[in-house]
Design a protein around this ligand. Structure first.
Ligand SMILES: C[S@@+](CC[C@H](N)C(=O)[O-])C[C@H]1O[C@@H](n2cnc3c(N)ncnc32)[C@H](O)[C@@H]1O
Length: 357
């Protein structure tokens, strides 16, 4: 409705639009309540993963709370509380007198070999290294580095990185023009910031004609990588080097350099890019596989944007931040890479690639 106010004497009346009514409390409260509900769902899934409740339900669909409690030596009344919360969160559904996992939950939460696996993220976000320590050092701003983190943290990060490698190898790499044929024929491949070696094992198994070098700055991660590579019987084709990427020198050079969810962590990203250029044969490929952090407020408000904002709490403590994908276009362009391209594999995973001239 509009109102007409008299204008100054002898002038036309002023027509004013009604003041737009702001949102009511009832309009706004659901935003806040959804945050609380999300927290409850997160904790419910994390407990279900750690206590084996989700795995048991995957193996025994229709199990009652009492049967679950009995099988896992847990308190029956507590397990029934968990079941109701899991039902509310949409993670389980009723099955007769018992419960079963909702469709696709086994893949999303339990199948570490699936490209869709997100079960590892629950452990990462619950780890002290993300929100707990952040709040402790919020005033001091004290930073840390990988050697200051716990073995549990390294294991959780590796679990989160695994589906990134699963999507990268071989599917993601096949989308880089010309690359798959060279990998199939056999060449030297470097995994820079190889972490606990999941990607090295994945690549060495997928490309049996290739040799590999994994480089990482964290000694504990490299020990895990060595154990993983040896356990897979791949030790003769996989070399490991303890070095900051800023100091990396590879000899012989590689045909392909990959970097999985780590490029944003480089202390000096331009020095690392220079070292990658030096480590590559002419025509060799550099493939950066990383979280594409939103560069708009709209993107920050999406579910993937909000999850990546959670990861930023850890990144801040090691003095970096996830980067928008376009930052890698700029980086590769600055360092003379050609044939630039990018592939969005999921809303939280993008590849940026280029070739050394
Ligand atoms: C998020 S983890 C990812 C590890 C592995 N790529 C994966 O996906 O499981 C990051 C790894 O990068 C390593 N890293 C980060 N910045 C580094 C740098 N500048 N030089 C060497 N290693 C680095 C850390 O030690 C850690 O192992």
């Amino acid at each position: 409705m509009t109102t007409t106010a008299p204008g100054p004497a002898g002038t036309t009346p002023v027509v004013t639009a009604p003041l737009a009514a702001g949102p009511t409390l009832a309009d706004t409260a659901p935003t806040v309540l959804a945050l609380i509900a999300g927290y409850v769902g997160h904790r419910t899934v994390a407990i279900g993963l750690r206590a084996g409740l989700l795995e048991r339900l995957a193996e025994h669909p229709g199990a009652t709370a009492d049967e679950l409690a009995d099988a896992l030596a847990l308190d029956p009344s507590y397990v029934s509380v968990w079941c109701r919360a899991a039902l509310g969160a949409g993670v389980v559904e009723r099955s007769g007198p018992g419960f079963r996992l909702a469709p696709n939950m086994a893949t999303l939460l339990l199948d570490a070999g699936s490209p869709a696996y997100v079960g590892g993220v629950f452990g990462v976000l619950e780890a002290h290294e993300v929100f707990g320590r952040f709040e402790q050092v919020l005033a001091s701003g004290e930073r840390m580095w990988w050697e200051d983190t716990s073995p549990e943290w390294i294991a959780a990060v590796s679990g989160t990185g695994t589906p990134f490698y699963t999507r990268l190898v071989p599917g993601g790499l096949e989308r880089v023009p010309g690359l798959a044929a060279e990998l199939d024929a056999g060449c030297r491949v470097a995994d820079t910031a190889c972490g606990a070696g999941v990607g090295l094992v994945r690549m060495a198994t997928t490309y049996p004609r290739c040799t590999f070098v994994g480089v990482d700055g964290d000694r504990h991660s490299l020990d895990l990588a060595r154990a993983r590579v040896d356990a897979a019987g791949l030790g003769d084709r996989v070399q490991l080097v303890h070095s900051a990427l800023e100091d990396m020198e590879l000899d012989p050079p590689a045909r392909v350099v990959v970097n999985n969810i780590s490029m944003h962590e480089c202390r000096d990203i331009d020095r690392v890019a220079q070292n990658v250029v030096a480590a590559l044969e002419p025509g060799g490929w550099f493939v950066i596989s990383d979280f594409p952090f939103p560069d708009t407020d709209e993107g920050l408000r999406t579910v993937p944007g909000r999850i990546m904002s959670g990861i930023q709490f850890f990144e801040a403590q090691i003095d970096d931040q996830l980067l928008p994908r376009s930052a890698y276009d700029d980086l590769l362009t600055r360092h003379g890479f050609t044939d630039l391209g990018s592939v969005q594999l999921t809303p939280m995973h993008a590849l940026t690639h280029g070739r050394r001239p």
